[in-house]
Design a protein around this ligand. Structure first.
Ligand code: GLN
Length: 486
């Protein structure tokens, strides 16, 4: 029997009832990885031996009648920007290719405490900068729905593991869309939690005021289950919110009666992809039929989101990436005559072109004489964008938009045109700027049979409203049951 194509909530029940062992599940997932990974290339590091040892531990606990945890024996894939002690953590960059994590990220400790099994580390855009997983130092990841297409990014490896059943659950990170856009491209569920909801201790920083860790899963229930494990206050992360998280499984109600859903007119514009628009509009109609009230709203500063993001995120990145200097850890150039040359060559040889572009943009925006004109101005507009959402959420419970302007594009299509690549996140970036939570879930396919994503946003710390709307939609559709043929 195949187990790799099941969800975590289906498998935890089977493991606890002793219908199957975690060892069987883990072996089955690795059998699947061995079969499809040569085509998909979702992982940069596989942890088969460690995973089997973790599975054996869980099985021993269950056999002894002990409590084995909420995710007992469930194989989970981790994006390669989160630290697992004793394992390579590269951020898909040459500059960290030799880096072994000396400690665990908090989310890794939380998952381990609940019995999770780590399958490996997944491919990503270098330092999470990108929307296609093409900037990885280790090569591209391929979309399981069409191997000529990108899986989205930057958490493209994690998203691909879900579509290709190369793990049962996955974690990604989202700074401007990097969980939701790949989820949309791969036809799976991806949630960016509220800023501060999930600890980022042990996540390699890209843009610290925007970064957030979150689940990529095969259905909405698994996203809630995973959130129950990772949404915890962490004193080791100064931005972690000391607010008790609810039991998200309780928000999984198949009922949107009376729920107010806002549709922002700025997200449905002239020239948008017709197939995406059609699927999203049909999803809205279905929710209306199921009892939700649809309200047209406006988020007037939407047009500035991309510009603001591409000032703030590179500025923060330029500061965060200053630490990769070849002195403390990571790659060091083999031939330098003095310290300055060592810095220059290490960074010149260690970073790829997109990372360098961001460092230059950020350094420029922060430099004296330009700071007020760019960084400070962008911060002010960021507040206006946040205020737009606060106003909107006085009137509605959730906001629905497309996740991405199009389905997954062809590999190579946007690599020479950074601006086109940046536009992939036009609908997701506002959420990070405002710090609110948002989910992408499958809502249809294009005529080419490529998945389309629906984005559901809510106000700060109201993931519950997202879960309710998303679960209702999922329970009344079958998109999440479709699998690519590999
Ligand atoms: N694609 C966006 C960028 O390149 C967002 C990336 C992310 O969320 N990590 O910056």
């Amino acid at each position: 029997m195949d187990l790799f194509n099941l969800t975590a909530h289906e498998l935890t029940a089977k493991i606890k009832n002793k219908e199957v062992t975690s060892k069987e599940v883990t072996e089955n997932v690795f059998k699947r990885i061995e079969a499809v990974e040569p085509k998909v290339k979702a992982y940069v590091t596989l942890l088969k031996d460690k995973a089997l040892a973790q599975a054996a531990e869980v099985d021993a606990k269950i056999a002894a009648g002990k409590e084995a945890g909420l995710l007992a024996g469930i194989p989970i894939a981790i994006k390669d920007n989160m630290n697992i002690k004793g394992t390579k953590c590269t951020c898909s960059s040459k500059i960290l290719n030799n880096f072994i994590s000396p400690y665990n990220a908090t989310i890794i400790d939380l998952l381990s405490a609940e019995g999770a099994v780590f399958t490996g580390k997944t491919n990503m855009d270098e330092f999470a900068m990108g929307s296609s997983t093409e900037t990885s130092f280790f090569g591209k990841t391929f979309n399981p729905w069409n191997l000529q297409a990108i899986p989205g990014g930057s958490s493209g490896g994690s998203a691909a593991t879900m579509a290709a059943d190369e793990a049962i659950m996955a974690l990604g990170s989202d700074t401007g869309g990097s969980i939701r856009q790949p989820a949309s491209c791969c036809g799976i569920v991806g949630l960016k939690p509220t800023y501060g909801r999930v600890s980022r201790f042990g996540l390699v920083a890209f843009a610290s005021s925007l970064d957030q860790i979150g689940p990529l899963t095969k259905d909405v229930t698994d996203a809630a289950l995973l959130m129950n494990v990772i949404a915890k206050y962490d004193p080791k992360d100064s931005t972690s919110a000391n607010i008790l998280a609810p039991d998200y499984l309780k928000s999984l109600q198949n009922n949107v009666k009376g729920m107010k859903i806002g549709i922002p007119k700025e997200y449905f514009v002239e020239g948008m992809d017709k197939e995406v628009e059609k699927s999203v509009r049909e999803a809205i109609k279905l929710l209306e039929k199921l009892g939700a009230q649809i309200i047209e709203i406006s988020l007037p500063n939407t047009e500035y989101c991309l510009a603001v993001y591409y000032i703030l995120a590179p500025s923060e990145a330029s500061a965060n990436l200053a630490r990769y200097d070849g002195v403390k850890y990571g790659y060091r150039t083999p031939d330098a005559n003095d310290l300055l040359e060592q810095y220059e060559k290490t960074r010149g040889e260690g970073f790829g072109p997109e990372v360098k572009r961001r460092i230059m943009l950020g350094t420029y925006a922060l430099s004296s004489g330009y700071y007020d004109a760019y960084y400070l101005k962008a911060q002010k507009v960021r507040t206006m964008i946040k205020n737009d959402f606060e106003e909107a959420f006085k009137k509605v419970d959730v906001i629905i938009t497309p996740t991405a302007p199009s389905a997954a594009f062809k590999i190579g299509e946007k690599m020479d045109d950074p601006m086109q690549m940046y536009l992939s996140d036009i609908f997701t970036i506002s959420v990070n700027l405002a710090g609110i939570p948002a989910m992408s879930l499958p809502c249809g396919f294009t005529s080419q049979k490529m998945p389309i994503g629906l984005q559901v946003m809510a106000k700060h710390f109201n993931e519950e409203a997202i879960f309710r709307a998303a679960y209702t939609y999922e329970q009344n559709t079958n998109w999440h049951k479709e699998k690519p043929r590999l």
